[in-house]
Design a protein around this ligand. Structure first.
Ligand code: G3H
Ligand code: 13P
Ligand code: ZN
Length: 306
């Protein structure tokens, strides 16, 4: 069934598990996300970034996801990831998204609050939930590059004021993760101390972006079959579990999905040199994505929480 964040996140925060948000831009990834969630009886969030919307076309991608979500045996949220403007929010709501993120985290505090509050007012009137962000992650924030030196941890006191003043339903915080496949140079580290303080101050569900695990098993498979991904490193499961214990209840994963897809494609094509049926080739990659998403859902603790 198609639902918004309100039906899945507050419960998760209370019972200390997290709901996975997985990015999609096509049919096969969407199928893999829903299959994994159904097999584990877990709620799930399907997210499209603005780039994904531009790639697939909002009409096609929203219809595919909504059709599948309505038929799914588990709660499914259709969510805009890193929305950068009121216009894209309006467009997504027009196409029946049940949830949007407005990411004005690059703006000064008051401007971030102001834009988020306007979006909240518009979205709530239409039964749509809103995620916002405070603090900045290194890496890619929508189409902008944020340099490591520009990344700022979320201030707990600002986070409380932001949540109160904006009225958002979920709040993304910056505690040391970054988007993409190259998250840490040295030992992976998250500021769980900051997260604990934020969780004391902010009672709405908290969101962790840039949370992919980038596991060696998949990177090695890509490299074995012709890829060249060196020094890729993600957030270890133990840190994810700690973050969930301390208030994170929505976890975003895109890179792991991309890695599973690429590993599947590379392996299949290398081992089956005579095949050229896209359904078989992408079907194999789709199965790899399902496996990875099931592993993520298990780590987040949302198995049997549908
Ligand atoms: O948060 C970033 C997501 O991984 C989306 O990436 O803008 O390339 O679709 P994208
Ligand atoms: P990863 O790049 O770690 O998968 O993060 C994705 C994300 O935060 C999407 O909003
Ligand atoms: Zn993100």
């Amino acid at each position: 069934m198609l639902v918004n964040l309100k039906s899945v996140l507050p419960k998760a925060r209370k019972r200390r598990y997290a709901v996975g948000a997985f990015n999609t831009s096509n049919l096969e990834i969407t199928q893999a996300i829903i299959k994994a969630a159904e097999e584990l009886n877990s709620p799930v969030i399907i997210a499209t970034s603005e780039k994904a919307i531009r790639y697939a076309g909002i009409e096609s991608v929203s219809q595919i996801i909504i059709g599948m979500a309505k038929r799914a045996t588990v709660p499914v949220v259709l969510h805009l990831d890193h929305g950068s403007s009121f216009d894209i929010v309006r467009e997504c709501i027009k196409y029946n998204y049940t949830s949007v993120m407005i990411d004005a985290s690059h703006l000064p505090f008051h401007e971030n609050v102001k834009l988020t509050r306007e979006v909240v007012r518009y979205a709530h009137k239409r039964g749509v939930t809103v995620e916002a962000e405070i603090g900045r992650l290194a890496g890619i924030e929508d189409d902008r590059k944020v340099r490591k030196t520009e990344a700022i941890y979320t201030d707990p006191d600002e986070a409380r004021r932001f949540a109160e003043e904006s009225g958002c339903d979920a709040l993304a915080v910056a505690i040391g993760t970054s988007h993409g496949a190259y998250k840490f140079k040295g030992k992976p580290r998250l500021r769980i101390d900051i997260l604990k303080e934020i969780a004391r101050e902010v009672k709405i569900p908290l969101v962790l972006h840039g949370a992919s695990g980038v596991k060696a098993k998949w990177i090695n498979r890509i490299n074995k079959f012709g890829g060249a991904l060196e020094h890729a490193r993600g957030v270890p499961d133990v840190l994810i579990k700690k973050a969930v214990q301390h208030g994170i209840s929505k976890i975003n994963t895109d890179t792991d999905v991309r890695i599973a897809f690429t590993a599947g494609l590379r392996q299949y094509l290398a081992q089956n040199r005579k095949d050229f049926d896209p359904r078989v080739i992408t079907g194999y990659a789709r199965d790899m994505i399902t496996r990875v998403i099931k592993d993520r859902i298990d780590t987040f603790g949302s198995v049997q929480k549908a």
